[in-house]
Write a protein that binds this ligand. Sequence first.
Ligand code: NAI
Length: 419
Amino acid sequence: MSKITIKDGILTVPDHPTIPFIQGDGIGADIWAPAKKVFDAAVEKAYGGARKIVLLEVLAGEKAFNETGKSLPEETLEAFKEYLVGIKGPLMTPVGGGIRSLNVALRQQLDLYTCLRPVRFYKGTPSPVNEPEKVDMHIFRENTEDIYAGIEFMAGTEEADKFRAFLKDEMGVTKVRFPESSSFGVKPVSQEGSERLIRASIEYALKHNLPSVTLVHKGNIMKFTEGGFKNWGYALAEREFGDKVFTIAQWNELKETNGKEAADKAKEEALKAGKLLVKDFIADAFLQDILLNPQDHSVVATLNLNGDYISDALAAMVGGIGIAPGGNINYNSGYAIFEATHGTAPDIAGQGKANPGSIILSGTLMLDYMGWTEAADMIREAMEKTIVNKTVTGDFARFMPEAKQLSTSEFGNTLISNL
Ligand code: NAI
């Protein structure tokens, strides 16, 4: 079996790479059937049969539990490590103790620090906003830190009591409003963790010739965690990318020393010279700005929780979770798992109603990551054509007058005929 390998941060992809995949629970089986066909057809067409993806099923979720007694068998993790690049359908969150979420477990155990969510508009997609075509953003959500680290102590437990005593006695913290009945959560945000995510976002912007990176944070309130993210980000941009970027931190400095006019002029010249603009936005204002001025934002680098909210808000503007793709990537080790971003949709599982768009477009991110962009572009164009022709699944059809409603597999076949 041919394996994708990595050396000095650069992937080597054989013509017939083995790609582990998790089918997933609920609608996982529904969406995978057409997705496999679409990947095969596009790769075949783009490379005249010289290349092919060899999908290797690995188990996780309900299917894994039924067959092995474990929701996330060790062999599955090993396969993702061995083959580097994989793809997965949705997984139900296991009931009962143990792993809190299989998705979070996969991200943490493989240290997949970037959650990449490109959000763009496909013509014809029903949208709740007036000009959805202005949305073209690439979200880099930090995936391993922040309040998501899972360090929480429930009110009334011995742990919470200990933690409260530590805060009061050792740290002199007297600000907790209702100490006796408080649960506590810890929000670790590191310089290393912030820098590797922001570095990846800047490299991505430069590679794809995109105009800006917006650092989204809540540093006005959380000065050392979210504010740290912003400050470390600006410092890294200037230190590591020098001449290739112009930052708003530089603009601020120039404004202080030489006045606003000089700062504006320097910015204008930098942008004219094709430099990447690195700026920042407070998270709440950002959620407003994506509705008012979405064209002003391109690559977005942000912390874990902000990224969670922002990804869903943006996805809703361009068609919702049925077609929003995602990838979890460690650009250093090369490990990457692309995924449908929706859940298992138990209400429609097995009924042939699910939109396979999310897993198919996640496949295009995977093909991009592998450098097989011709096949990826072909799928994206066919996706747009299929939606423009109003041949869509029920989640879209109900908002599209005169649309022809297709089943999950019919949608896949129609997309293939549009390749
Ligand atoms: P969900 O995303 O499964 O469903 C929310 C709504 O969206 C439902 O009405 C569903 O029918 C619809 N929907 C979702 N995907 C669709 C598609 N491809 N086409 C058409 N309609 C679609 O979210 P919910 O109900 O909160 O979660 C169900 C299960 O999925 C839970 O166990 C949850 O933990 C898990 N989950 C897993 C995720 C993952 O594996 N990445 C992400 C989110 C939830």
